[in-house]
Structures are given as structure tokens and as C-alpha cells.
Design a protein around this ligand. Structure first.
Ligand code: NAD
Length: 471
């Protein structure tokens, strides 16, 4: 396979100054390529290049910025097959899902290109004209996780560029190649230094979050890392968008049509093998339908074809890395020790790949780790409730607040329950759906700030009030 084996700093492909590190294909458990590793000095060079490029790039006319993003979308489209293959190799998801990720990257780039930065007239009177403008921030540092590596990089980079910022990107060391390729493509379009990429673990991310010349960090990843970033960002008051962990609850209302609803519940819980921030991660079911729902979910789980995402017919890939697999095993074993029943899956498949089949766990409750903690893997705990008030209380009994959902055919009842969920998004008869025009972000410990739509775009800007005295 082809992987980009250079960093990009100031428009130049450069070798990493630290020893390259292996990237593992989770379907085989073996390294498939070496990734260059940046030194802290290269982080400084990338930031200096971005600051220098920003001086002129910030003044780029809107129409030119829009055209640039459309050209980038064209290049992603032209390289779709290679990008999808790289995503499957490094992340593990089935190739069809990787193609969806690439298509999402194209769609998001084009949508972001068309967004406008508004000018709001606050007052237009005899005394004054007051207008609220939005200006770019400077250098944006983007730090991304391993679950949707290409798409999340696009979510960070495109609004930053659209608003005239420059960028230093740092992908997860577990999935660096799709982002390296993306940055190579963007470099074909934007002036030198506008987008730079550095790779490497912990120290590189920290060098960015502490860097005095980075003006904003947009981070997607775990809550503990987000907290560390927030502490480190204080010195120069970096602007922050933090999209962090989730432990989303879904509530299936009593007496529902299971044929209509259960397949969607399964789909939104196991999307990307459960490794999606806003996947349905805990399901609350009324006791009158509990056994039947559990069985139906287990039946769908058993139909999934688990295997290497590059193989024909496979629709369920591996867990992305060994540490995550170990956490999933630990949480399921702990639930079993607390009396849970495993209805499907429940053990690692033999072999070197990190395969854990879709697992339905019944007879668990709040207070058990599998329910209280984000498992971020192919497991769904199903919890019984006796009345809807109890279900709402259990759904909200969590430090996280990313998404939540209510499933039921009486939309008014579902709406009244959904509005009481403590979450950044509340879906009805759906979950895990993110769209370029719908603002998305976490409440509670799931994050700060918002992505997508005009609200998301403005997070890459500094408001400036222009006040003109008239009398
Ligand atoms: P992670 O926090 O371990 O790593 C994310 C990125 O941060 C990586 O690039 C990593 O190298 C870097 N990093 C690690 N330590 C750092 C530090 N101290 N300073 C700066 N950077 C550092 O997260 P992960 O395991 O890659 O991703 C899984 C997590 O991401 C899950 O909790 C998931 O819910 C969350 N997530 C959230 C969203 C959302 O939109 N809310 C989306 C996707 C994933």
C-alpha cells in the first residue's frame, strides 16, 4: 500500500526527526507501515510557519477561501479509493464504512465552503452604527482521535481554513496515515504554511497545547486528555473546542413496535463497532418488553459478519487497538461478576486480530462499570426499568452528556422525555447521527463548545464590535 511517510511543514514534505514508529493493522495485530515522528523543534517550526502564513492568509477574500475548499473536496473525491483503503488498514472498519467516511469528508468540506461568516447589525440609530464582525483567531492546533480519523480531521481543519486561520494538525499515532494524506492534498491548494502536520505521541500533543503561538486548540478525544489540554491552555488563554467522551443513554418507551425500532437501536449502538463518541452506549427498556428486546438484539448481533474490513462480505471489523480491546474485556467480565448475562459475543475471537463480536449484555444496572463508564467498543448493556421517570433518572445519572435518545411512536411523549435528557443532542427514533448543518457538542463532562453549522464555524473566530459614532 501507499502511505504518506513525510510530515508537512511550511508547504514542504519533511522527514520526522525522531525515530519512526509502527502503525498496527487491528485486523492482523501486526504493523503495516512506519509513521514518521516529529521532534518538539519541528512542532515549533510548524507553528512558526503557520503564524507566518496567517499574516497574509487571514486577508484572503471569502470567495477565494470557498473556492479553495471546493478544490480540496475535489482532491479528496479523486483520491477516495486510496483514502478509504488507508482508513480500513489503520482503523479496522469495513471498507464500505471507510468509503462512507470519505464521502462524509467530501460532503462536510463542501458544506463548510458554502457557510458564511455573518455580520450582525446590533444598532443602527442616529447616535451610532454598531456591527458585530468575526475575525480569524490565528493558528489553530487540531488534535484528533483514532475512531473516525479522516472525518474528524476534516471537521477540525475545514472550518479553520474557511474562516482564514492557519492550522497545525496532530493525528492519533494509531491512525495517522489518512490525515497525513489529507494534509498532503490540502497543501496542493493552499499557500505554504497554511496547513502543517506533526505526528507522535503525548509529548507532541502537549507541546501544542502549551505552545504560546497557538491561539486555539480544537480537540476530539477522551475526557481526561481534554481536561489536561484545558489546564495547559490557560497560559495564553487559548480558545478551546473540546469534543470529549460520551456514555449516551437510549430509552425505549413501553409498549412499542419492536419490528420498527430494534434494528435502528442495534445499528446506532454498534456503528463503527461501537467506537463512536455519540453511539448509543446504554439502553433502557421497560420490563414488560425487556426479555424480547434483549433476544432480538442478540439475534441481530449473531447475524453480523465479523472479520477483516478489507474482505468481501464483512460488515463488522475489529476493535481499533489492544488497550481498547482489553478495556472492553475488563468491563464485560466485571459485569458478569456482578450477575450480568451475556446473550451474544462476550469473548475475544482467537487469532492475532482484535476481534470482539457484537455483544449484548442483559441484567445489568446503573452502578456496574459497564453501564457507568464509556466502553467505546462493541458492547451494549441493556437495563430494565419499571416506569419512565425511573428511566430518565437512570439515563441522567452519569457524568457524561454528549447525546441521548428516546424511541417511541408517540412523538409528543417521546419529545417530552427527550427534552429532559441532560445531553448536547437528543434524538427521537435515532442516535449517533451528526450532520454538517446541525450544531453538535457535549454537555457536562462531554465537552465545551460546538461544531458544525454557523455556530460551529464561529468558534474559529474572534468577535469584534465595530462602533461608529454618529452624533
Ligand atoms: P485520546 O484522548 O487518548 O487521544 C486523542 C488525541 O490526543 C490523540 O491524538 C493523542 O495522541 C492526543 N493526546 C494524548 N494525550 C495528550 C495530551 N496530554 N495532550 C495533548 N494531546 C494528547 O482519545 P482516543 O482514545 O484517541 O479517542 C477515544 C475517545 O475520543 C473516546 O472517549 C471518545 O468518546 C472520544 N471522542 C469524542 C468525540 C466527540 O465528538 N465528542 C468524537 C470522537 C471520539
Amino acid at each position: 500500500m501507499q502511505t504518506v511517510s513525510t510530515l508537512f511543514i511550511n508547504g514542504q514534505a519533511v522527514a520526522g526527526e525522531r525515530e519512526a514508529f509502527p502503525v498496527i493493522n487491528p485486523a492482523t495485530g501486526e504493523a503495516f507501515a512506519q509513521c514518521p515522528a516529529a521532534s518538539p523543534e519541528q512542532v515549533d517550526a510548524a507553528v512558526a510557519a503557520a503564524q507566518s502564513a496567517f499574516r497574509t492568509f487571514q486577508h484572503t477574500p471569502d470567495a477565494e477561501l470557498q473556492a479553495m475548499l471546493h478544490r480540496v473536496a475535489d482532491l479528496i473525491e479523486a483520491n477516495a479509493d486510496e483514502l478509504a483503503r488507508v482508513v480500513t488498514l489503520e482503523q479496522g472498519k469495513p471498507l464500505s464504512v471507510a468509503h462512507m467516511e470519505v464521502a462524509g469528508a467530501v460532503g462536510w468540506t463542501r458544506y463548510t465552503a458554502e457557510l458564511q461568516v455573518p455580520v450582525k447589525v446590533i444598532e443602527d440609530s442616529e447616535e451610532r452604527l454598531a456591527e458585530l464582525h468575526h475575525k480569524p483567531l490565528g493558528v489553530v492546533g487540531s488534535i484528533t482521535p483514532w475512531n473516525w480519523p479522516l472525518l474528524i480531521a476534516v471537521w477540525h481543519i475545514m472550518p479553520a481554513l474557511r474562516t482564514g486561520n492557519s492550522v497545525v494538525s496532530k493525528p492519533s499515532s494509531m491512525t495517522p496515515f489518512s490525515t497525513l494524506k489529507l494534509v498532503e492534498l490540502i497543501n496542493q491548494v493552499v499557500p505554504a504554511g497554511v496547513i502543517n502536520i506533526v505526528t507522535g505521541e503525548g509529548g507532541i500533543g502537549r507541546a501544542m497545547t502549551q505552545h504560546p503561538e497557538i491561539n486555539k486548540i480544537v480537540f476530539t478525544g477522551s475526557t481526561p486528555t481534554g481536561q489536561d489540554i484545558m489546564r495547559k491552555a490557560a497560559d495564553n488563554l487559548k480558545r478551546l473546542t473540546l469534543e470529549l467522551g460520551g456514555n449516551d443513554a437510549g430509552i425505549l418507551l413501553p409498549g412499542e413496535d419492536l419490528d420498527a425500532l430494534v434494528p435502528g437501536i442495534f445499528q446506532t449502538a454498534f456503528i463503527n463497532m461501537g467506537q463512536t463518541c455519540a453511539a448509543l452506549k446504554r439502553l433502557y427498556v421497560h420490563e414488560s418488553q425487556y426479555d424480547e428486546v434483549c433476544q432480538r438484539l442478540a439475534d441481530i448481533a449473531s447475524e453480523q459478519v465479523v472479520g477483516n474490513g478489507l474482505d468481501e462480505g464483512v460488515n463488522f471489523g475489529p476493535v481499533q487497538n489492544k488497550a481498547q480491546l482489553d478495556l472492553v474485556v475488563e468491563l464485560v467480565e466485571d459485569a458478569k461478576a456482578h450477575g450480568a448475562r451475556v446473550l451474544s459475543g462476550g469473548s475475544v475471537q482467537p487469532g492475532n486480530g482484535y476481534f470482539y463480536p457484537p455483544t449484548i449484555v442483559a441484567d445489568v444496572r446503573n452502578g456496574v462499570r459497564l453501564v457507568d463508564e464509556e466502553q467505546f467498543g462493541p458492547v451494549l448493556p441493556v437495563i430494565p426499568y419499571s416506569d419512565v421517570e425511573e428511566a430518565i433518572a437512570m439515563a441522567n445519572d452519569n457524568v457524561n452528556g454528549l447525546g441521548g435518545s428516546v424511541w417511541g411512536t408517540d412523538i409528543e411523549q417521546a419529545r417530552s422525555v427527550a427534552m429532559r435528557l441532560e445531553s448536547g443532542t437528543a434524538w427521537i427514533n435515532n442516535h449517533a447521527e451528526v450532520l454538517p448543518h446541525c450544531p453538535f457538542g457535549g454537555s457536562k463532562m462531554s465537552g465545551i463548545g460546538i461544531e458544525f453549522g454557523e455556530e460551529g464555524l464561529l468558534e474559529y473566530t474572534q468577535p469584534q464590535l465595530l462602533s461608529i459614532k454618529r452624533n
